[in-house]
Write a protein that binds this ligand. Structure first.
Ligand SMILES: Cc1ncc(COP(=O)(O)O)c(C=O)c1O
Length: 339
């Protein structure tokens, strides 16, 4: 039985167990439904069994060896991947998310930092190439490399080529795909690392419609369950885990895939010059004004807030939940600004 079905089940046992709110006592009424399905590993429900089944089903959907549901973001997935990999000499980007360094520190691994080239045209970092990975491995003798792909602004690495280089040199490839959780569900987006890397981490909450901080850890290498247990609570939130199951079911359904196609079509129809490899991250710039000024104008004059800005360009992040009306408003604003 799936985790979702287990949480829907009516329980006829009297529970003298945690959580002691018993699904009835609720501090903030808006969350009443949440309380109702907030259960522990009691025999009356056995949610762990449902979770195991849901994760197995997810691994079939993604074509991975293991897929684990995370309720502490990609942050926990990266740290668990590092611990599971057993890496002792780890290459990390010197501008990567802090969890990369923190994971290495926890693992007691030697950290070797690498630089990425700056894309002068857009003011953002370029994706690492397979040739650069090969050189880094050969020059350092590292046993593990963590690659952020796509970047925040949507520059994606060739994960297939990189995995081939890593395999050739017996190096563990950890892909931080926090910003690419939609990639497995459309050929019009960059290729996902889930089938190529040893470990791939994706934030469902960033682009794929998940609640903060739901995420996934995929492995084609060893089972990361033990490593995850080191950094996880023994009292997981089953309602939150069930949202992950529902989220994946939706993304994989024809309804979800159609919604993603529609999103991509809508962004395409904005018909504006964009940067990067990922259409859902609308990276724009305007000659004569800085990215910061463009960002401020969008915010102050049109009430539109971007996700990230640099001196040259501004990025407006879209995801499966992006509203078509809001995209139309963005189109109007950009037309007014002469895009
Ligand atoms: C590239 C990258 N990796 C990892 C993370 C951590 O993700 P989460 O917030 O899901 O823990 C972030 C968050 O911003 C990120 O940008």
């Amino acid at each position: 039985m799936s985790l979702i079905s287990i949480l829907k089940k009516k329980n006829n046992k009297i529970l003298f167990t945690t959580p002691s709110h018993g699904g009835k006592f609720c501090i903030f009424h808006k969350f009443y439904q949440w309380y109702k399905s907030d259960i522990s590993e009691v025999d009356a429900y056995d949610p762990q069994k449902g979770l195991n089944e849901a994760e197995k089903k997810a691994s079939v959907i993604y074509g991975t060896k293991y897929t684990k549901f995370l309720t502490n973001g990609s942050t926990s997935g990266i740290i668990a991947a590092i611990l599971a990999s057993g890496g002792k000499k780890i290459l990390i980007w010197n501008n990567s998310h802090p969890c990369h360094k923190n994971g290495c520190k926890l693992a007691g691994a030697e950290i070797i930092e690498y630089n990425l080239q700056l894309d002068e045209e857009w003011g953002v970092y370029k994706a690492i190439t397979a040739e650069e990975v090969q050189t880094l491995i050969q020059n350092t003798g590292a046993d593990t490399i963590i690659i952020t792909t796509p970047s925040y602004e949507g520059f994606a690495a060739n994960v297939k080529e990189i995995s081939e280089v890593c395999k050739k040199h017996n190096v563990t490839f950890i892909a931080d795909e926090a910003h690419g959780a939609l990639y497995p569900f459309s050929d019009r987006l960059p290729e996902s690392a889930v089938k190529h890397a040893d470990f791939t981490v994706q934030s469902l909450h960033k682009t794929a419609g998940g609640l903060n901080p739901t995420a996934l850890l995929h492995s084609n290498s060893i089972n990361p369950t033990e490593a995850l247990a080191i950094i996880s609570t023994t009292s997981p939130s089953y309602p939150m885990l069930a949202t992950i199951e529902a989220n994946i079911n939706y993304l994989n359904s024809s309804r979800g895939r159609k919604a993603l196609e529609k999103l991509i079509n809508n962004i395409e129809s904005l018909n504006i010059p964009r940067g990067g490899d990922d259409i859902t991250k609308i990276l724009i710039k305007k000659a004569g004004i800085s990215g910061y000024d463009l960002s401020e104008t969008l915010f102050n004059k049109y009430g539109i807030e971007d996700e990230r800005t640099n001196n040259i360009s501004t990025m407006l992040l879209c995801g499966i939940g992006t509203d078509t009306n809001n995209l139309n408003k963005l189109k109007k604003a950009l037309n007014n600004l002469g895009f």
